[in-house]
Design a protein around this ligand. Structure first.
Ligand SMILES: [Zn+2]
Ligand SMILES: [Zn+2]
Length: 174
């Protein structure tokens, strides 16, 4: 069972849950077009944003690296980054596509006039999540699921596991 974190609905598969949170009212994966300045234009899916950019901002689209508008990298363009990050794992914050996406957004914030989120909202959305991802210095590696991942501490030991993740999550000892 996959429980929606925004309403009481349950779903049999992760894909069903994703299909449920994408449209309104949740619009959990909505992303902005960082090349529309007049008004804030957002899209429920990365694919819709991509189609829009290809059509309305042709020259820009042709100059973009192919990995800029992937679903994972569009975390950096997400209006609700904490929701977005629950469904899609963001690209590494140090990757060139992530850095470029953030600089495009910061540029957009400077030029735009009717944005629904302030610069601080954007920065918090990007980095507050990093804190959640690494709650303790012992945390090793990275996991898209809260409470999962691996831990190691000098003098205590380390624990890792592999196998059927969905089954293991049910018996998560932490
Ligand atoms: Zn829901
Ligand atoms: Zn646009």
């Amino acid at each position: 069972m996959y429980q929606c974190w925004l309403c009481p609905s349950n779903f049999r598969t992760r894909r069903d849950l994703k299909n449920h949170v994408v449209p309104k009212p949740h619009a959990a994966l909505s992303v902005v077009c960082p090349w529309c300045y007049e008004e804030e234009k957002s899209f429920n899916r990365t694919l819709d944003l991509k189609a829009h950019v290809e059509k309305k901002h042709k020259t820009t689209y042709q100059s973009l690296p192919v990995d800029l508008l992937t679903e994972n990298n569009c975390f950096w363009l997400a209006l609700k980054p904490s929701d977005y990050g629950r469904v899609v794992s963001p690209t590494d914050s140090h990757s060139s596509s992530a850095i470029q996406a953030r600089s495009i957004i910061l540029e957009w914030i400077k030029k735009g006039s009717k944005q629904t989120r302030s610069k601080d909202d954007w920065l918090n959305g990007w980095w507050k999540r990093e804190v959640i991802k690494s709650p303790t210095p012992e945390r090793v590696g990275d996991s898209p699921v809260m409470g999962a991942g691996s831990y190691a501490k000098n003098g205590v030991g380390a624990a890792v596991a592999t196998g059927d993740g969905d089954v293991m999550m049910r018996f998560l000892p932490s």
